[in-house]
Structures are given as C-alpha cells and as structure tokens.
Design a protein around this ligand. Structure first.
Ligand code: ZN
Length: 180
C-alpha cells in the first residue's frame, strides 16, 4: 500500500517535470518565431523612406488651386505638365508631406478615367524609396502587381513606378525616388 502510494507520487512528479519541459520548449519556439518576424520586417522595410505625397484627382486645376490654397494657407510651389501621363500637376507642401493635384489634359489620361468612374478625390499614395529598382523587385517578389517594370520619369524631378490597386486592396501606390 505504502509502496504503491510512493510510486504514484513519483509518476505524478515525473509527469509535472515533463509538462514543464514541454511548456518551456513551446515558449522558446514561440519566442524564436517572433524574433524571426521582427528581423525579417526590419530587413524588408528599410527601403521605404516616408509617405512623400498624396495625389488628388481634380476636374479643374485653377478651381482646385483656389480651394487647396485656402485649405492649406499657401499657394502651390510648382505647376508642371507631365506629357507621358496626360496631366498637369500642382504641388503643395503640408509640413513633411506634399499634396499633388492632378488635372487630365486629354480623355486618354488615367485621371480622366478615374474621375469618370469614381469622381474627384484621392487618386494615389506615394512613398519615397531609397532604391526604386530594388523596391520594384521586392514588391514583385511579395506578390504585388507592379505596373511599371522599369521606373519612368514622373513629376517633381522623380523616377516613379505604380503598384496596381487590385493587389493593394483598392489603393493605387506610387513609388518615387528623387533624381539626383
Ligand atoms: Zn504622384
């Protein structure tokens, strides 16, 4: 009787030790997964520098300039035609971030098509990147549909490439890199 009680206590003790070892292993595994995630995300995101500008589609640039001039309390610092995109743009500064107003110069312009289907408003979000060619490769390898395989000359002295809104939950993303 005494012996079997001792045996039971012994097995209970062994079971507790085994469960503790198992839980410790599980905890270490979880920790190493978390560490891997953090190290990977650091590696992946260091090419994106900042939100550079918001692109806003407008029907009439003169009227929009008047409206945004009043909204931001300052006039545009630049007005520029971009023949390749069939647009005229106005650029404003709002602290660190810029606002780019875009007016279509022809019916072929993506801005004309955008306004026809969705009306005026935010058209794209632009991120400044350190190395645009590298970022195009990275996003493609992540499964994003990059529209421009090669970066092209955009407005405001930048190389640009766009990521299709279908692959970004409806958001058109522009990558841009200052031409030095
Ligand atoms: Zn833009």
């Amino acid at each position: 009787m005494l012996n079997s009680q001792k045996n039971l206590q012994y097995y209970k003790f062994i079971a507790r030790v085994q469960i503790s070892i198992y839980l410790y292993k599980l905890y270490m595994l979880h920790k190493s997964f978390d560490l891997a995630k953090i190290t990977n995300s650091k590696k992946k995101f260091n090419n994106m520098l900042k939100l550079e500008h918001l692109g806003i589609a407008v029907k009439n640039l003169s009227e929009a300039d008047e409206l945004y001039g009043r909204l931001l309390g300052t006039g545009p610092y630049k007005r520029e035609k971009v023949p390749s995109e069939h647009v005229t743009t106005s650029f404003y500064r709002a602290g660190e971030v810029k606002i780019e107003l875009l007016e279509a110069t022809s019916d072929e312009s993506p801005i004309a098509r955008f306004i026809k289907t969705r009306g005026e408003g935010i058209h794209h979000v632009a991120f400044e990147v350190q190395d645009i060619a590298l970022e195009i490769q990275r996003l493609r390898s992540e499964g994003f549909q990059v529209i421009n395989e090669q970066p092209k000359k955009g407005a405001d002295n930048k190389l640009v490439a766009f990521v299709h809104p279908k692959s970004v939950g409806g958001l058109l993303v522009e990558l841009c890199q200052e031409i030095s």
